[in-house]
Design a protein around this ligand. Structure first.
Ligand SMILES: NC(=O)c1ccc[n+]([C@@H]2O[C@H](COP(=O)([O-])OP(=O)(O)OC[C@H]3O[C@@H](n4cnc5c(N)ncnc54)[C@H](OP(=O)(O)O)[C@@H]3O)[C@@H](O)[C@H]2O)c1
Length: 346
């Protein structure tokens, strides 16, 4: 059945001055160029970055000078036109070499972003979503799941992910990336420690298979607790999400030769305090690998998607908003009370 494509569509745009100034507008449906496809967006999964873009705070990557406004967001699932769950998810680079291009969607270096009814993408970049997932669930995979997969497996050859209970992964917080990381680690048989500010969220993490739970509000020196839980050895992989408030503590509970995957900066982008030990010293002290993670290439997303498919993993969705409620959805993510992902249904 051929679908009629209308001449215009709805989209949200930001001029980087905040969530309240996010504006819905009518725009021409874009025309695909050579090697591109026009996709009908079905669900958009929000990321912390999307909030930052609206606030004008997403400024730590090298990028082109910003245009006056941009359509935010980068995580989506499209309707295939054949059957639900057979859609494609976000284009990504074909391999690690072209990584930056994929990761720029929704930021101001983006050629095209997804909080809209239609968008065009290079055909090579689309990845098929697992058939058992809803559009909302599938839309969470390109950013949260791909980033979580890379945080665990970037050093592993493709097809040979880290496996087995002798490896321990520490997940900071219970947002989108950490929750995806928890589900993937659990599926791979890795042991997991989840930190959270909330006892209720820790209970939910337990239901997803977390082996150990630490409330970082109650145990502010949570790294000491992690060392106790691991008999003084420390953990193999850390999802470093906090930045200034957490990095030194991560160095305090990573095992000798372990990996700290630098994903987020939820406590800010500047170090504070006058007694910070130099990062070089911290890294060499336990022979640690400190790796910046910026999403992942297409082949690694496909590897992660295969694990979702095989283990029938259902991404955790906290709340779904209607397209017209995008502002409320952004505010909900900014408030940080969610567990897992927040979706805008298109
Ligand atoms: N590098 C990449 O490719 C990439 C991709 C996606 C996201 N990110 C970054 O990763 C971070 C998380 O993104 P997200 O989309 O998962 O965010 P999110 O869904 O908004 O998750 C936020 C959660 O993190 C926890 N948190 C907040 N402050 C914390 C702190 N100081 N220490 C430990 N945990 C803290 C809280 O969980 P509790 O309430 O349970 O404590 C909060 O609910 C952000 O900084 C984002 O920009 C990076």
């Amino acid at each position: 059945m051929r679908t009629q494509i209308p001449p215009t569509m709805k989209q949200w745009v930001t001029d980087y001055t905040g969530i309240d100034t996010l504006k819905q507008e009518e725009a021409p449906v874009p025309k695909p160029g050579a090697g591109e496809v026009l996709v009908r967006i079905s669900a958009v999964s929000l990321n912390f970055r999307d909030v930052e873009v609206c606030m004008g705070d997403y400024d730590h990557h090298d990028s082109l000078p910003p245009p006056p406004n941009v359509v935010p967001c980068s995580d989506f699932l499209n309707i295939s036109g054949r059957r639900p769950g057979n859609g494609n998810i976000q284009p990504n680079a074909s391999d690690g070499s072209d990584h930056r291009r994929a990761s720029a969607f929704g930021a101001w270096s983006a050629p095209s972003s997804v909080l809209s009814e239609y968008a065009t993408f290079p055909l090579y970049g689309l990845v098929k979503a697992p058939a058992n997932l809803s559009d909302e669930e599938g839309s969470t995979l390109p950013i949260a799941a791909a980033t979580a997969w890379m945080a665990i497996n970037w050093m592993q050859p493709i097809g040979q992910p880290l496996r087995g209970a002798e490896h321990i992964v520490l997940l900071q917080g219970t947002g989108g990336v950490s929750t995806a990381g928890l589900q993937l680690a659990h599926a791979l048989g890795l042991k997991t420690i989840v930190t959270s500010s909330s006892g209720d969220k820790l209970k939910k993490a337990k239901e997803l298979g977390a082996d150990y739970l630490v409330n970082y509000r109650e145990k502010t020196e949570w790294q000491e607790e992690v060392m106790k839980l691991t008999d003084g050895k420390g953990v193999d992989v850390i999802f470093e999400q906090g930045g200034p408030a957490t990095l030194a503590k991560s160095f305090g509970c990573v095992r000798w030769g372990g990996l700290i995957s630098c994903i987020g900066y939820l406590s800010g982008k500047q170090d504070v305090g006058d007694k910070i030990v130099n990062t070089n010293v911290l890294a060499l002290r336990r022979n640690v690998t400190l790796k910046g993670i910026w999403n992942g290439p297409k082949d690694r997303l496909e590897e992660a998607v295969a694990v979702y498919d095989k283990h029938r993993i259902k991404p955790v969705i906290d709340k779904t908003f209607a397209f017209n409620e995008a502002r409320e959805a952004f505010k909900y993510v900014a408030a940080g009370s969610h567990f897992g992902k927040v979706i805008v249904k298109v």
